[in-house]
Design a protein around this ligand. Sequence first.
Ligand code: SF4
Ligand code: FES
Length: 247
Amino acid sequence: MKVTFKIWRQENRNTKGAIKEYKVDGLTEDMSFLEALDHLNELLVLKNEKVIAYEYDCREGICGQCGVFINGRAHGPHDNITTCQLHMRSFKDGDTIVVEPWRAASFPVLKDLIVDRSAFDRIMEQGGYITAKTGTAPEANAILIPKEVSDSAMDVAACIGCGACAATCKNASAALFASAKINHLNNLPQGHPEAHKRVQEMTYQMELEGFGSCSFTGACEVECPEGISITNIAEMYAKYTKAKLFG
Ligand code: SF4
Ligand code: FES
């Protein structure tokens, strides 16, 4: 299998980047997309050229590190998978594949396809925790949680912090990410003590980081590999209003 990769190359956050073209042969449709990039890098090493920088860890859709735009779509052409779960069988022999880093001012490019997503870490620092007493583990059934509450919390706990939502949004809003993290903890009894503080401080940090406002276009929901629903954003803002009134 032979494809033409058009890949964003950028030395660092202070330099201008550009798309560079690479014709790559010797691929198979069973290769993952990242294995195809690995193959390209091996060819670049043989030619004594600089390898392409891209990020990954788990390569199984868990860590959220691998996200890139592939032919203009976050994580590639399929719904509900991450870049590392994409395979070359999704492309045809002779295809041209354009690969770019996340595009959002709050995610500056560090090198090639790697962006700085530490803005998400700083949002998490403002409320991505609960307060729990140390000591022996509590009895498993000490806090009974209704099934629909635990289901709603677990649905949003699936967020892997990949950043596709903010990168895809025309306003570069991080509202889907923040709402997933806030609703996960605020909906569970263990998260109630900090609930009002959490929603106010995490949304405030989101603004400080320069992410835009949500205008409910729904683009984030379409590109989220974990299928996080946009209804979480409405729920987050309802919680925010309640916190402002009663917090
Ligand atoms: S909400 Fe979805 S797209 Fe956004 S960071 Fe979480 S997993 Fe990624
Ligand atoms: S490398 Fe971990 S989600 Fe893709």
